[in-house]
Write a protein that binds this ligand. Structure first.
Ligand code: BES
Ligand code: ZN
Ligand code: ZN
Length: 501
């Protein structure tokens, strides 16, 4: 989709549709909506009077212009109550309006920037949110459909602003929003791809190709190199699969003098059958998405490569398939991690924390100083938080708060969760240093995080369990069903903020 900022009057735009807006409860539209209303001889006011156009959040009202304006149609997008309006509503309303337009066969759209006028949001942030909403909302995964029965695509989006003084801020927002949304959609593609089309080797190739395009360094370790490094936990999980594991390393070398070297770590289980502790049919549904943490890291590294913050960032993704093959690891096996700590395998289905244990150990060995891991780690986090929040853990509340704040800005809410010795206790083994599943199923998201904390050691570290939000069963405004591309925008926003701090 071609997206541009243009200076002009929305009412004078020639397009298949122009988008204006209305807050709930407004009876006499003002601003751009008022101007369009006048050009339509009060058609919008009439629809408001008749109760058809209420301005409710994501309500779309279609008015045909029949030649009274250069545009063929006007879409009045409901913004909801003005006191609840925020950046996330800009994303949602934009996504709803464009999906609505696409459904009508519209190819070209001109829109005002919701929130940049009466909404009181900063023009740059509003434009960024608008572009994010547009690209995220219109996303579809259709790679494996041989015939295309969906409606066509919107080809052109024009962001129209009358005030010349706001144009450069809007351009900035457009650039950042586009990078963040396209990186999110890139991660969504990786997650939505069926597991026979997204093996560890294919994921690594996709990361290498992306790195080449945006100018990152990429290195991929294979089984032999992982063995030399002593990554026994990754190799234990990999043992049951014919698909070879990969350890993906992406490096971005911004000028980060005085700032900590940031490490982003993502769980990259390309399919989780559970291994010998095999899952049932329902438990395996969506397990092609068990590499969503890895996809988040690869997507965020793409955004970072394009946005070029003054910071050094390394992305690490252990990519492994968890299968119950003849060579698979067993419950009661003991593996040795890169850090030297040993783990008793008490459940082969708790594989994410195993591959992350080696990734954390590797991150510390190569001198990364601030670590954030992202993982579809536990069903327990889903049970605890439902579909809205990711679970956030850290030893130091201050570091967690900064990641939570980045998530808020990105429209990705994170709920803080506890850690503590009582939970670490549940992860001690009689035969090894640690066990990989707790002695008690209660508090499963916390005991999993407590396990990871042992491998983060004293390096500042945040763990995000995205099992609650990585995969959407129901479509919402700017998330279609399926992969959400969770945490790409949060990680990239966090990196940008670190670079500016
Ligand atoms: N990948 C799963 C967690 C998961 C479940 C993610 C549902 C998304 C949706 C993980 O590897 C797993 O199987 N965890 C086990 C841990 C248990 C064996 C200690 C779980 O949550 O049941
Ligand atoms: Zn598992
Ligand atoms: Zn898993």
């Amino acid at each position: 989709m071609d997206i541009r900022v243009v200076r002009g009057d929305i009412a004078q735009q020639a397009a298949d549709a122009i988008v204006v807006n209305l807050f709930e409860g407004v009876t006499a539209p003002g601003g751009a909506t008022g101007a369009v209303d006048r050009a339509l001889d009060g058609a919008i006011s009439t629809l408001i009077d008749e109760g058809e156009c209420k301005g409710k959040l994501n309500e779309m009202t279609l008015v045909h212009t029949f030649g009274r304006l250069p545009a063929k149609r006007v879409i009045v997008a409901g913004l909801g109550k003005s006191d609840a309006f925020d950046l996330d509503r800009v994303r949602a309303v934009t996504a709803s309006a464009l999906k609505f337009a696409r459904g009508k066969g519209v190819k070209s759209v001109a829109t005002i920037v919701h929130g940049a006028g009466i909404g009181g949001l900063s023009p740059r942030e509003a434009a960024q949110a608008l572009v994010e909403g547009a690209l995220l909302g219109l996303y579809r995964f259709r790679r494996h459909k041989s015939s295309d029965q969906d409606s066509g695509e919107i080809e052109e989006l024009r962001i129209v602003e009358f005030d010349a003084g706001k144009l450069s801020a809007l351009e900035d927002g457009l650039r950042i929003g586009r990078i963040l949304a396209e990186s999110t959609n890139f991660a969504r593609d990786l997650v939505n791809e069926p597991p026979n089309h997204m093996t560890p080797a294919i994921l690594a190739d996709a990361a290498i190709e992306m790195a080449r395009q945006v100018g990152l360094e990429a290195e991929v370790l294979e089984r032999g190199q992982m063995a030399e490094l002593g990554m026994g936990a990754v190799l234990g999980v990999a043992a049951g699969s014919h698909n070879e594991p990969r350890f993906i390393i992406l490096r971005y070398k911004g000028d980060g003098a005085g700032r900590p070297k940031l490490g982003l770590l993502g769980k990259g289980i390309t399919f989780d059958t559970g291994g010998i502790n095999l899952k049932g049919a329902e438990g395996m549904r969506t397990m092609k998405g068990d590499m969503a943490g890895g996809a988040a890291v690869i997507g965020a590294m793409r955004a970072i490569g394009l946005l070029r913050p003054r910071l050094e960032v390394t992305g690490l993704v252990p990519a492994v398939e968890n299968m119950p093959g003849g060579g698979a690891q067993r419950p009661e096996d003991v593996v040795r991690t890169i850090s030297g700590k040993t783990i008793e395998i008490t459940n082969t289905d708790a594989e994410g924390r195993l591959v992350l244990a080696d990734a954390l150990g590797y991150a510390r060995q190569v001198g990364l100083e601030l670590l954030v891991d992202v993982a579809t780690l536990t069903g327990a986090a889903r049970t605890a938080l439902g579909p809205k929040y990711a679970a956030g853990f850290a030893k130091k509340r201050e570091v967690l708060d900064q990641v939570i704040a980045a998530g808020e800005r990105a429209g990705e809410p994170i709920w803080p969760m506890p850690l503590g010795e009582e939970y670490t206790e549940l992860m001690r083994s009689e035969v090894a240093d640690l066990r990989n599943s707790a002695t008690d199923a209660a508090g499963g998201a916390i005991s999993a995080a407590a396990f990871l904390a042992e491998f983060a050691g004293d390096t500042p570290w945040v763990h995000l369990d995205i099992a609650p939000i990585s995969f959407a069963d129901r479509e919402t405004a700017y998330h279609p069903r399926g992969a959400r591309g969770a945490m790409v925008r949060t990680l990239a926003t966090y990196a940008l903020r670190l670079a500016e701090s």
